[in-house]
Write a protein that binds this ligand. Structure first.
Ligand code: A2P
Length: 298
């Protein structure tokens, strides 16, 4: 089992969990069951991943089988009696209705003027009701976090952001950690299965310099990428639906990267953002939601 990290409120989070973004409904139930059998106790889910029912089926099966108890699991964003962590998925709000990603007539995202500070107040109420043990945010930049901190009663425990050697997020990580907010790193392996990957996009897992480092540590590139997050004090949630990889990704607690090697990996940064809807992406000149005046004006 992964070592625990502590939120500022004293609650603990397993430093390592299973990501489920891009896991197909038909494969995620088995993947979550395998992960729990292997020892994973932290599962990251989201409504927009379109597979929560299937994740829930795996949790129920493993709890019913007696393999784990609910209190030993740490679940982000899923309809259970309570959540260990509930996140605002991103700072912008979509218009209600019209599916998960409603669009305007010109195919741009159909956003509403809902303010994440108001959403946060509703999240705080969930904590008072016992429905969420911890609340946090995702895909927030430092300005948005700053504004939230000025307007909240309960501070977010984490900011879950895209983070990997091609987008090291040094400034945002330092900012959040200094405010007592843990970073949770998503896409730590560079999400090679992102639906919009182009053949000539750089492939992090195949990076030659990373490969050389992995050889030096006698580990796989994926394991070095996961360790890179842990050694920076980040919680990390690599996604896999392959049992051998789910196991491999958890075998990262018997080594550490040297500070020199972490600094070396930091130099791989190339602003290589994978989730372009949330900021400048791999593809230049692409309009992004965060450049939408409605968002930046907040
Ligand atoms: P799969 O799910 O088919 O096993 P990220 O966590 O950055 O989003 O990356 C997830 C992607 O990385 C998936 O395509 C997943 O494949 C793949 N992956 C997960 N673990 C490993 C690993 N240990 N080695 C190579 N690829 C991996």
């Amino acid at each position: 089992n992964a070592p625990m990290m502590k939120f500022y409120n004293g609650n603990e989070v397993p430093s390592f969990g299973l990501g489920t973004w891009k896991s197909k409904p038909g494969e995620v139930t088995q993947a979550v069951k395998d992960a729990i059998d292997i020892g994973y106790r932290h599962i990251d889910c989201a409504h927009v991943y379109g597979n929560e029912k299937e994740v829930g089926a795996a949790l129920k099966a493993k709890i019913d089988e007696g393999v784990v108890k609910r209190q030993d699991l740490f679940i982000t964003n899923l309809g259970l009696e309570y959540l260990d962590l509930y996140l605002i998925h991103w700072p912008m709000a979509y218009k209600e209705g019209g599916g998960l990603f409603p669009q305007n007539a010109d195919n741009t995202p159909a956003l509403s003027n809902a303010d994440y500070v108001d959403t946060w107040k509703a999240m705080e109420a969930l904590v008072s009701k016992g429905l969420a043990k911890n609340i946090g945010v995702s895909n927030f930049n430092s300005e948005q976090i700053d504004r939230l901190l000025k307007n909240c009663t309960i501070k977010p425990v984490t900011n879950q952001i895209e983070c990997h050697p091609y987008l090291t997020q040094k400034k945002l990580s330092e900012f959040c950690i200094q405010k007592g907010i843990l970073i949770t790193a998503y896409s730590p392996l560079g999400s090679p299965d992102r639906p919009w990957a182009k053949p000539d996009d750089p492939k992090l897992l195949e990076d030659q310099k990373l490969g050389e480092l992995a050889k030096k540590y006698n580990k796989t590139p994926a394991q070095v990428l996961i360790r890179y997050q842990l050694d920076r004090g980040h919680v990390v949630i690599p996604k896999s639906v392959t049992k051998s990889r789910i196991a491999q990704n958890s075998e990262v607690f018997d080594f550490k990267l040297s500070p020199e090697d972490i600094a070396y990996i930091d130099t791989f940064d190339c602003n290589g953002r994978i989730c372009p809807m949330l900021g400048p992406g791999l593809r230049p000149n692409e309009p992004t939601i965060l450049e939408d005046p409605k968002i930046t004006a907040m």
